[in-house]
Design a protein around this ligand. Structure first.
Ligand SMILES: [Zn+2]
Length: 408
């Protein structure tokens, strides 16, 4: 790697990049800030020509030439050719893209499987291995299984990628600073230092966080919430409902990283008993398990349920769907009143409910605001679907280890 100190004086501060250059240390900081800003645009928003980067950053052409050359030199960006340019008269515009050879390992332990993925810079899932388990794997077994899957990939990874770390999406309470799992009830984990243990096993830095916060981040960056500053995300499965809140573009963590646990919001004081000890929690009442008897199934995935709900004319099933949609709308109205988001993104089973009850849910959320005036909040279904957790877990790693470009 080379050091390009001579360009520091040429680097102009963009409008958002803070103070103008006056001392070498400030120049270096401005240069780092600019490198990070350009790389983040390529990573989050896809390929750009240099002219597009100049327009978006407000930096000069010559500065952009230096910055992009450095990102290429560092192996973080590469030149591709614009598809839109193909077939036009003249030379197609050369576009820069985030280099997907720079990649993170993403791990998602669930009650019946452990999924390990490789996600490239740019947010694409490049590889995915699902390891089915008969019962939830212990933290110790999870580390062993992930290590063996990664060892199996190792020759390919070393040939094709530069791995920058691993991220774990845990269905439970995770201390954001240490990556320690305080409790993951459905996995049966308690006080597990998963990030540390996996870090030792893989010989790399590992970051762990709550799966719903990770899902929120992924949807905000690459999915339905792209470009939205304030967003509430809620993901539903038969195992429960997790949530994540994005305020001013940042995941709301709370003191220890537990903010956004919306599944245990009370929606029906006469409702059924929740495993948390109370009655009528959102995740106990709004749950696909209550639909299974009507469908004659023991298990149903999100795509199958879309079809089943679209086809069914069973009045008992439709009544149960309507009951759950009503309770969900109560909870969503509370979240909208609390956080005042531009957008609510519903994922998993809650996405199924949105598709069949869109009008009812949207109306409820918009028409019962605190102030009386109708709100403009939008409801959208999550768009990343099966890649949500892998993309989000990898993003934790990119955010810490790649996007704050330290330069050469
Ligand atoms: Zn509960």
């Amino acid at each position: 790697m080379t050091t390009t100190t001579e360009d520091a004086g040429d680097v102009a501060a963009s409008a958002e990049a803070g103070p103008s250059p006056s001392a070498p240390s400030t120049n270096a900081l401005v240069r780092q800030g600019n490198l990070s800003a350009v790389l983040t645009m390529l990573h989050h928003d896809g390929p750009h020509s240099r002219a597009e980067l100049v327009r978006r950053t407000g930096l000069t052409r010559s500065t952009m030439t230096v910055l992009t050359a450095e990102l290429i030199e560092l192996g973080l960006a590469r030149e591709g050719q614009s598809r839109s340019g193909v077939g036009r008269v003249g030379r197609p515009a050369v576009k820069l893209e985030a280099n997907p050879e720079v990649a993170a390992i993403a791990v998602h332990p669930e009650v019946d499987a452990i999924t390990v993925g490789v996600v490239g810079l740019g947010g694409e899932v490049l590889r995915r291995v699902r390891y089915d388990t008969l019962a939830p794997a212990s933290a110790r077994d999870t580390v062993r299984i992930v290590r063996s899957i990664v060892e199996g990939m190792r020759p390919d990874l070393e040939r094709d990628h530069r791995i920058v770390g691993a991220g774990v999406a845990v269905p439970g309470l995770v201390r954001s600073r240490t990556g320690k799992v305080l409790m993951a009830p459905h996995l049966g984990w308690r006080n597990e230092g998963i990030a540390e243990a996996l870090g030792r096993a893989l010989g790399d830095e590992v970051v762990a966080a709550n799966d719903a916060s990770i899902g929120a981040k992924a949807e905000a960056v690459f999915g339905a919430g792209r470009g939205v500053r304030n967003m509430v995300f809620a993901n539903g499965t038969a195992k429960g409902i997790g949530g994540g809140v994005i305020i001013n573009g940042e995941v709301l963590n709370g003191t220890e990283g537990f903010a956004g646990e919306i599944g245990h919001t009370l929606v029906d004081s006469q409702g059924s008993r929740c495993y948390c000890g109370r009655r009528g929690c959102l995740e106990t009442e709004v749950n696909p398990r209550h639909l299974l008897p009507f469908l004659g199934r023991h298990h149903i995935d999100e795509d199958e349920l879309d079809i089943a709900l679209g086809l069914s004319r069973d009045p008992a099933l439709l009544r149960e769907v309507a009951r759950q949609a009503e309770l969900l709308s109560e909870a969503l109205t509370n979240f909208v009143n609390l956080f005042s988001p531009d957008l609510v993104v519903l994922s998993g089973y809650l996405g199924n409910l949105l598709s069949v009850s869109r009008e009812r849910l949207t109306e409820a959320v918009r028409l019962r605001p605190l102030g009386g005036e109708a709100r403009s909040v939008r409801l959208e279904r999550a768009s990343l679907r099966s890649s949500l957790m892998l993309v989000g877990a990898a993003e934790l790693v990119f955010e810490r280890r790649v996007l704050p470009v330290s330069g050469s």
